[in-house]
Write a protein that binds this ligand. Structure first.
Ligand code: SF4
Ligand code: SF4
Length: 311
């Protein structure tokens, strides 16, 4: 493969962008600065798994709202443990029979929209960003495709379009444009059983604890997401252990502090990319010299311009 000087400059430009973005990322020393105490006033969702009927209407609504393929039929997914995917932002899986009543339980899975999202904390170019109202949004045009976010997420949520020529990271968006219009996220707007309640985080935690307090024999005394990974905007209550619903046992502390050290210090782009790029450039130059391709004076910019002229 011939690496032209223009190609080299383009790749080096990406490295420079990444380094610049890293500075921006590092400048966001902590999400605490942009959040209130515990994201209390952020928009959030309470999932009451005891009320979910497994109708998968939320999957269909999500697909429609996000221009995704319609979910597979009930028969096709029966008994299968499904994961989210680049074209599937949410899945509702059946577990059981595990209830005290001998019935199945159902659990919806999607991005948890963490208060201090590990995915955003490791993103060098701020392609993932925590918004003040709650959603963790993705800006594909900024994404370098490094996939650090996929490694960092304790809930294993972000998925990558490996089969695309210009791949993107994909995950639940929490419908920020609907929220901005004062609407519920699409999934909550169609839930027929009240299993999904959209509102302010503090109010939802009170609602969840109220249900547990009034039905102490029914519910586990735990609001999943209140503290997990430092707190998330998606909260769950259940009458069976959360592990039995396929939910990850994550630590209570925020994850950014843990993963930032491992992934971005020392910065990859500053330590490994420059020598790699210089090595590629030197190799290309030596091969050009051996092939008798002598570069005219005028510097890289002149040569890049010349290549532009000739395609
Ligand atoms: S669940 Fe994962 S992808 Fe979603 S906000 Fe948290 S760290 Fe990011
Ligand atoms: S919040 Fe919106 S994007 Fe996320 S699962 Fe629900 S409908 Fe889909």
């Amino acid at each position: 493969m011939k690496l032209s000087r223009r190609g080299f400059l383009q790749v080096a430009g990406i490295a420079g962008t990444a380094a610049a973005g890293l500075g921006a990322s590092t400048a966001r020393a902590s999400f605490h600065t942009s959040l209130d105490a515990k994201g209390e006033n952020e928009n959030a969702m309470l999932v009451d798994t005891t009320l979910c009927a497994g109708c998968r209407g939320c999957e269909a609504a999500c697909a429609e709202a996000n221009g995704l393929p319609a979910p597979a039929s009930d028969e096709a997914v029966k008994g299968a443990r499904r994961e989210t995917a680049p074209e599937v932002f949410t899945v509702v899986n059946a577990f059981g029979p595990i209830g005290h009543d001998g019935d199945d339980r159902f659990a919806k899975r999607q991005c948890m929209h963490c208060l201090e999202p590990a995915c955003a904390s490791v993103c060098m170019v701020r392609a993932l960003d925590k918004t003040p109202t709650g959603p963790v949004v993705y800006h594909g045009e900024r994404c370098l495709g490094c996939r650090y976010c996929m490694v960092a997420c304790p809930f294993e949520v972000p998925k990558y379009q490996y089969d695309k020529l210009a791949p993107l990271v994909r995950k639940c968006t929490f419908c920020p444009s609907r929220q901005a219009e004062g609407k519920k996220p699409a999934c909550a707007s169609v839930c027929p059983t009240g299993a999904l309640t959209f509102g302010k985080r503090r109010a939802l935690i009170e609602l969840a604890k109220g249900r547990i307090y009034r039905n102490p024999e029914k519910y586990l005394h735990h609001v999943y997401g209140e503290h997990e990974a430092g707190g998330t905007d998606w909260l769950y209550i259940s009458d069976v252990p959360f592990e039995q619903l396929g939910m990850k046992a994550v630590r209570d502390e925020p994850y950014p502090d843990k993963v930032q050290g491992a992934l971005s210090a020392p910065p990859f782009v500053m330590t490994l990319w420059p020598p790699l790029l210089m090595g590629l450039y030197a190799f290309s130059k030596r091969r050009d010299a051996l092939n008798g391709n002598h570069h005219e004076p005028g510097g890289a910019a002149a040569e890049a311009k010349k290549e532009d002229r000739h395609g």
